[in-house]
Design a protein around this ligand. Structure first.
Ligand code: CU
Length: 471
């Protein structure tokens, strides 16, 4: 624990990079040149220029790490280092990651490939990489202290194994992992099948991302690493809505979405407008007879799931974690429920002292999304994101699957908002609504009331005032 305390005490340690020069230039010369990514953009898939062919995946707000072939071995170079990740426009976080971003780049190989991965540590503390889900020699499993010595700052380690099993995997440190994963160190790994596979179908679009979570105090930039459950940023590939790119597909496409969970809680992933099947996990492809039609599937901590569906309904379909607190951005949770509370008087009295004082939550919390309230520098609003019909009251783990007739094969660009055919959008009723028929009496309607005072009890609820319609 002494080490941990010293480490935490060194305030500059987390953000301060170890200079690149600590890695010997001579040693680096023999390695594949590391490739870095400077933007959080979704890089379109690119077919490999060497090695065996495969259908590349698309990493949401991420990219695939290039490799070099060295006498039949696929060589990659990962650099563990402090990074600045733009989690949403206007909001940057000081994270740890690989090759310029958090998460690190996706690694794509083909079943049967011999893979060599150089891992250079530019963090201020030791690390290691565990290759989650892989069959490999025990000494390549990346558990610091158990199967290998730690990779000290400035050092480079080499991992080498054959990618034996096709499927959906990830990588992350197995050294001080509470800190290192809270800081964003993780990446996706896909092993493509060599040729046809009875349980792995060809798809037209293959998206991948990791579920992760951070605790960044509004107005600051570095995650609190001791947080166990009360994270305030729920992200996909270290991006939060409205910073997460949409998943743009063509009408009729067979779509696969691969998701891995490296947070501290489960995430029920929910797709609108379509049913999907879970076709595989990090344990491999699922037998066809076990595949149920679902619209929500839970991804537990440390699990991976492959969702597959035919995108046969045009539109902008929400795709999100179904825990409503995970589709929110930074906020405190110690907020009392204010719905229905009349605080006109107290607002007036505080307003005399604090001119800009504003009460929140009187009519629900949707105002937070609409108002663009003043927020501290370098943070994201709790929810928001401008939709074609106003503010989308969402944040965090939320995006949109855009299904379009006109989207060309291989085109991943954003087609803009869906143009709904006439008469297919929910609409506001003209004129007064018909009077609702209500049951009279104390308590719920069907049961006779016992032990109740004889007189009717009236509950006064103040109706919301002013404009607020259409939500
Ligand atoms: Cu969730």
């Amino acid at each position: 624990m002494t080490n941990r305390r010293n480490f935490l005490g060194a305030a500059g340690a987390i953000t301060g990079a170890v200079a690149a020069s600590t890695v010997s230039k001579v040693a680096m010369a023999a390695l594949p040149e590391p490739v870095f990514q400077t933007t959080p953009d979704t890089v379109p898939p690119r077919a490999p220029s060497s090695g065996r062919p495969y259908d590349p995946v698309v990493t949401l707000n991420g990219w695939t790490l290039p490799f070099r072939m060295n006498r039949g071995v696929k060589e990659f170079h990962l650099v563990a280092e402090p990074v600045v990740r733009e989690m949403a426009p206007g909001f940057k976080a000081n994270l740890w990651g690989y090759n310029g971003q958090s998460p690190g780049p996706t690694i794509e190989v083909v079943e049967g490939d011999r893979v060599r991965i150089f891992v250079t540590n530019k963090l201020p503390e030791h690390t290691s990489i565990h290759w989650h889900g892989q069959r490999l020699p025990n000494g390549m499993d990346g558990v610091s202290g158990l199967t290998q010595p730690p990779i000290r700052p400035g050092k480079t380690f080499v991992y080498e194994f054959v990618a034996r099993r096709p499927g959906t995997f990830m990588y992350h440190p197995h050294a001080d992992e509470m800190v290192q994963m809270a800081m964003g160190m993780m990446g996706f790994w896909v092993t493509h099948p060599k040729g046809e596979h009875p349980l792995i179908d060809k798809v037209d679009r293959d998206f991948v991302f990791l579920l992760n979570a951070y605790d960044v105090e509004p107005g600051s930039a570095t995650p609190r690493i001791m947080t166990m459950l009360d994270f305030n940023l729920w992200s996909w590939n270290s991006r939060i809505f409205p910073g997460i790119d949409s998943l743009n597909v063509r009408l009729g496409d067979r779509v696969r979405i691969r998701v891995g969970n490296l947070t501290m809680t489960n995430h029920p992933m929910h797709l609108h407008g379509h049913e999907f099947q879970v076709t595989g996990t990090d344990g491999g492809p699922t037998p066809r007879g076990t595949r149920l039609n679902e619209v929500t599937t839970d991804v537990a901590v440390g699990q991976m799931r492959q969702l597959e569906f035919v995108a046969d309904e045009e539109g902008d379909w929400a795709f999100h974690c179904h825990k409503s607190h995970h589709t929110m951005n930074a906020m405190g949770h110690d907020v009392p429920t204010m719905i229905g509370v009349d605080h006109k008087d107290i607002t007036r009295r505080i307003g005399d002292l604090v001119p800009d004082y504003m009460v929140m939550g009187e009519r629900g919390m949707a105002d937070m999304g609409e108002m663009a309230m003043p927020i501290p520098d370098n943070t994201a609003p709790m929810m928001g994101g401008e939709g074609p019909f106003g503010s989308v009251d969402m944040g965090g783990m939320f995006s949109v699957v855009k299904v379009r007739r006109g989207q060309k094969a291989g085109d991943y660009s954003n087609p803009g908002w869906f143009k709904h055919p006439k008469g297919t959008v929910a609409y506001e009723l003209d004129g007064p609504a018909p009077e609702a028929r209500r049951q009279r009496g104390a308590g719920a309607a069907a049961m006779p009331a016992h032990n109740m005072p004889a007189s009717n009890i009236e509950v006064q609820i103040r109706k919301p005032a002013g404009r607020h319609s259409g939500h």
